[in-house]
Design a protein around this ligand. Structure first.
Ligand code: 4F9
Length: 233
């Protein structure tokens, strides 16, 4: 079964963009996943094709209209796919949520523009708000690229080596250990001896220790989660 992505956007010409390249682009060509884009202008009902208006209560900027977005959402065949709006207000995306989304039948995504989206659309169509980080974009489209790339690479047959995905899930919750390849000396810098030793058990132990050190130093938040979960076991 093809994993289906639908995107509601003011800028359908931005797609597939980066999603048309590399492994993710190949996956689309081979039918592992499909991409449907709905341009929001098509769903306007006035002469000016307005998708936004000034906020009730005043203030700067414009708000995307609930009626236009609802018409576009309702044009997407009703199905069991989660409906997501990309927003810095949303729940932070993590690999666990990505795995759950990739395991389903696909997703429907709304790209916000302007200052935001009329709250009644989010309420009336039960949209889940998802954030890809604590920063503000000029619109939701680049966040959709990130979310879709993260999901699609997990679909069977997209990333060539099952081994690299397996290793990833083994290391789940830790940052990656450092990698090295040829040349053996680069600008006077050498490669850690253990990696040239051919001693697989020692290499494994070194990589795990490095992954743990990096996680502790850089992401105390992730480290605390890991400690909590290993204590629970
Ligand atoms: C969406 C920022 C998801 C972070 C959408 C402006 C956004 C965003 N994560 N910023 N529109």
């Amino acid at each position: 079964m093809t994993w289906r992505a639908s995107v509601l956007t003011l800028f359908p010409e931005m797609f597939p963009g980066p999603l048309g390249h590399s492994l993710v682009g190949r996956g689309r060509e081979t039918g592992v996943w499909s991409l449907e884009t709905l341009g929001l202008r098509r769903f306007t009902s006035d002469r000016h094709e307005s998708v936004d208006d000034t906020p009730f209560g005043g203030g700067a900027g414009m708000v995307m209209r609930a009626d236009v977005l609802a018409a576009a959402l309702d044009a997407v065949a009703p199905d069991d796919r989660p409906r997501i709006v990309l927003s810095p207000r949303g729940r932070p995306l993590d690999q666990r949520r990505v795995q759950a989304l990739a395991a389903g039948s696909g997703i429907v995504m709304v790209c916000g523009r302007f200052e935001g989206i009329d709250q009644r659309l989010i309420d009336a169509r039960d949209l889940e708000e998802v954030s890809i980080g604590d920063f503000v974009l000029s619109g939701g489209e680049p966040a959709v690229f990130c979310l879709l790339d993260a999901c699609v690479r997990l679909l069977p047959g997209v990333v060539g080596s099952e081994a690299s995905l397996a290793e990833e899930s083994f290391a789940a919750g830790l940052l990656e250990y450092p990698h090295y390849t040829r040349p053996r000396v680069f600008e006077g810098l050498t490669v850690p001896d253990v990696l040239l030793s051919g001693h697989h058990e020692r290499i494994r132990a070194w990589r795990l220790a490095e992954a743990q050190r990096l996680t502790r130093e850089r992401r105390p938040d992730l480290w605390a989660k890991l400690e909590a979960s290993s204590e629970a076991q």
